[in-house]
Structures are given as C-alpha cells and as structure tokens.
Design a protein around this ligand. Sequence first.
Ligand code: GLC
Length: 559
Amino acid sequence: MRITDTADLWWKNAVVYCLDVETFMDWDGDGCGDFAGLAQRLDHLADLGVTCLWLMPFYPTAERDDGYDITDFYGVDPRLGTHGDLVEVIRTANDRGMRVIADLVVNHTSEKHPWFRSARSSKDSPYRDFYVWRADPPPDTSAQVVFPDQEDSIWQLEEKTGEWYLHKFYRQQPDLNVANPLVRDEIAKVMGFWLQLGLSGFRVDAVPFLLETAGVDEQEAAAFPDPHQYLRALRALLGRRAEAAVLLGEVNLPHEQQAEFFGGPDGGELTMQFDFIAMQAMYLSLARCDAAPLADALTARPRISPDNQWGTFVRNHDELTLDKLSEDERAEVFAAFGPEARMQVYGRGLIRRLPPMLAGDPRRIRMVYSLMFSLPGTPVLFYGEEIGMGESLAAEGRLAVRTPMQWTSGKNGGFSTAAAGRLPGPVVEGGFSPEHVNVADQRRDPDSMLAFMRLLIRRYRESPELGWGNFEVLDQPHPQVFAHLSSWDDGALVALHNLGAEPCTVPLTLAGCGSTHRLEDLLVACSTPLTEDGSVELTLEGYGYRWLRVVAEDSRRLV
Ligand code: GLC
C-alpha cells in the first residue's frame, strides 16, 4: 500500500457530509431550500474539508416520510430545482474536489407512485406484481413495524381488491417486490440514470429490508437468486457504469451480519456501511465514562476487504438509535443524554443532537468529535454538526434534528428570507438558536467549533493511517481513557481520549519505538520524546484529547 492508493480508493479516507437540500439554503426566497442555494454554499463545505456530499432524497415525493416516499425515481422535486440545477451542483462540487452521492430508496415507493396507483387499482394491473400482496388476513406483525408510534402491522388492506400489501415503514410506503425481475430492471435503470448525471454512488436506504423476500409468493421467491448475489450484481453494475463509485449501505445489524453485506472478507457487495454498533457503543461509553464498550465494539468488527470501509458517525438524520444496546444499557444512555419522554422516540432512540445532550460543554463536545475522527473508518457528518447545532423539540419526531441550517444570526438563521411559517420546519430556539450558533460568526472566530472541525478534518485527511491502517487499543490503567494506535505503511498515530471529567496521566509503551522516536501533537504544538524502551507519560485534561504522530528521527514525513 502506498500514499498514492488513497487517491484511488477515495472512500477509505473521505469526509462525507449529509444534507437535505430542502433545509440547507433557500436561494429563491420561497421558504424551501433549493439546489441554487446549495450551490452558493459549496465553498463553505469545501473550506471545511468535506470530500463527498451525501444528498438526502431530492426526488418528487408525497411528503409522508420527508422525501423517503418517492413518487418518481427519475425526477427532481420542483420545489428544489431542476435536473439542470442538480447537475450544476455536481459539476461545481467536483470542481471544488468534492464528489456527490445521493440516497437510493428502492425498498419501497410512495403510495402515490404511478406504479402503485396502477397496482392497487386491479389484480390485473401490469404493476400488481411490483409490490407484495397477500390474500389471507395477516397474523399479528406489530413487532416488525419500523415506526411503532404510527403503525401496528406491516400489512395494509387495500379495500378495492380485498388484498393486503406489504409495507415495513409507513403504510404510505408500499414495499417493492425485489423478487420480480422487472423491479430489478427498474432499479438498475434508476441507478444508471443518476450515475450518468454525475453521481459518484449512492447511500442505499434500508438494505436488509430491500433484499428480504419474506411475504413474497413462494414460487417467485424461489426463483429469486440469493439476495447477496443480487447485491453483488448491483455493485458490479455500478463499477461498469461509473468508475470509483460507491454503495454506502444502511445496514443496522450486528457486525457478523454486516460482514455478509460487504460480501465477506473478499468484498464485492456494499463498498461501505455505517457502523451502527460502534456508534451505539460510543454513547454507552460516554454515558458511563468508560472506554470499554467502544473498545469492545471496535475490536469485534469483522475482517473486511481492504477495498471496503466502515462509516463512523455521531448521529445521522434519523433518531439516534440505541436499538442494539440491551434494555438496561439503553436506559443508561437515555438517563444520561435524553431523560425526558419528548427527547425519545420509538422506545429506542433519541431525537437530540450531541451539543444539547452534553449540556453545551465545549470540551466534551470537541472530545467526542475528535474521537469520531480518530476512529478507524470514514467519518460521516450530518449538516450543522460543524457548528454545533442543537435540535428543536418543537418539530415532530425525527424532524427535530432536520431544522434549517444556521448561516447567520439574522432572520431564519439566514436560511431563507421567507416568512417563518413557510419554512420546512422550525428554526432552533434558545441557547442553540442562530443568534448563538451560526456559520458567519464562527468563520471569523479561530476558537470556534467550525475552526476546530476544520482542523480535525485537515489532520484526518493528512493521516491516512486512520482510514486505512491497523487498529489497536493500547493498554493503559485508566478505564475512562480510550487510547488507540493506528498504523499503516510507515506511519503511526496514537490517539488519546479522556471520557471522564478529571485530568489524568496516561503511561504508554509503544512497541518497536525507542529514543529515536518522538510524539508530535497534531492538534496543538507540542513534542514529546520517547524513552529508550518506547515508553512515555502523557497528560490529559478532563475530557481531553490528543492526536500524536509517532515520528522516527529519520522520518521525512511533513508534520
Ligand atoms: C431509512 C431512512 C429513514 C427512512 C426509512 C424509510 O431508514 O434513513 O429516514 O424513514 O429508511 O425510507
């Protein structure tokens, strides 16, 4: 492996940034964010150091699930702009060194999609078999619904034809029948279409649900090739159509099952997957001020192909799900970071952003982002995290964290000149409102969260060992300290994170190092020599964090 490889397998040390065009920047003043507004803000993202934008669904939608209920897979929601405006964004982003990926939501359509309108109207519709139907009354499936506050069955009776259709999400999102080869052809065409317009891949929505054939007619299911072979075929299609494009999959399953969605240790299926397990373990570690849960989750990751990658994140656009923790563990995290019922959803997640969860403590907030960027994987940011935005519990459910981006301290946080009532959601109020948290002020402040994020990103990008390297948890005596080493090629980086509020001194011994090595801090100016046997004592403030490059005397690396 060489440094030049990092340009080829770009996703191995990318910085992904997720945003919804609708809530990012409104340029025409109608209250809804648009592609023209996003284009005006690409330089903010490039300046931050982002290398890949992930656009949440921008397709025509019936708006039941914030764009995840699509009525036309080939369209652009006219409120956001046109195909031309999208292409302008992709082209301009590319010029600034950023790739663009978008949500591929093909587990289901909206009930308003012409396919479903036709399918539901008659058993003889040519689109009937695009969806999954059953003729006999369904059993109790209340345990299988994804949104338990709104649904109590994954089957919905269609009065007109007297049969039930399958929907794992809202009833307005009928599941597509992936066992039907015509549906698979359509999915391939949809992917091909957007790749042709310049996308560099997709964030694939709800992958395990997409591939599942439970409920599908037995004969048809039997004719469907192994779902993993299908995923492999999609990946191959992607490779043929667009060089170096990626599939970043949403697979919230235990690590062993995620391994299968990568295609095992040899890869060939999803290029990347979010590490939901490590994310949840991180919150347990934070709640307990104990590094063990996170260390255990990371060291238990299955082996994956060197071409594949984990996506690390602090939160995404959905509820901060804690579904893979035990009930007691989840209760601990709830108690620490979201004790009130209105902060929780579905009995499994939190609808808060990190800064309010940590009571706005800047040391602790920065420590968490420093930790995230130092973990093995590719960091995925959710818009607004770079300035420490909070949530609005006045918005419904998951929309609490999808409030308008805060650009200035002015009206509507500079997101739009329209009347507040026309915006897609409420602007955050209180201590995290635009008056206190906005891009314009932070751009001018060298001590701001934004400046800190920029520094983290720069150091992350300069340290390919983080995305590529071998990962090792280092032995040291403090349970509240997460100490790890990433090494790759001839580079090595030690990162220390103190999850506790008390300062401490961390003794370390670095195998293979001696007095010809020193440790260079990457986040502050400081240099620490190692002793003959490679040992050193490093101090950490309460919630302190340090990134230390291991530098040999004769190293030619720029530090
Ligand atoms: C995924 C998305 C979520 C959406 C659901 C249904 O889980 O992340 O936002 O509601 O799929 O499409």
